[in-house]
Design a protein around this ligand. Structure first.
Ligand code: AMP
Ligand code: ZN
Length: 131
């Protein structure tokens, strides 16, 4: 029922960038930029809000290592590491994954824009986050 679980179980082919006991990284089928990679845990969690800490840490550790390797070996100038969490944030596959998107130029086929938004009372925001 989960496409990434099927990939992990080799029921669906993928281009494996990295694999260990807990984590798999594959090339994204839609390469936003050359080398666009997805890092996912082998254990199924919907997303980072639901994953256990150990699983999240293992994925982030692999994402860091691969980001360095990808940037260096593909001569990228940097990268975006993205995690879309829930549909509202653009999550389309409900199995935790981190995107590593190497960046070559400002004209890469990706747009991440922090636009003007209503001013917030930061003390009130802090109080609400702290609960
Ligand atoms: P998200 O929108 O953050 O959930 O990202 C899901 C990503 O999975 C998209 O970038 C898709 O291109 C990618 N994707 C979907 N199916 C496959 C597949 N079979 N192999 C590799 N990547 C996939
Ligand atoms: Zn899954």
């Amino acid at each position: 029922m989960c496409i990434f679980c099927d990939i992990i179980e080799n029921k669906i082919p993928s281009k494996k960038v990295y694999e260990d006991e807990n984590v798999l990284a594959i090339l994204d089928i839609s390469q936003v930029t050359c080398g666009h990679t997805l890092v996912m845990p082998k254990k199924h969690f919907k997303n980072i809000l639901e994953a256990d800490e150990d699983t999240a840490c293992k994925c982030i550790s692999v994402a860091q290592k691969l980001a360095r390797q990808i940037v260096e070996n593909l001569d990228a100038k940097g990268c975006n590491i993205l995690n879309n969490c829930n549909e509202i944030a653009g999550q389309s596959v409900d199995h935790l994954h981190f995107h590593i998107i190497p960046r070559y130029s400002e004209n890469d086929s990706i747009k991440i824009a922090f636009e003007e938004s209503p001013e917030q009372d930061l003390d009130e925001v802090l109080a609400r986050i702290r609960g």
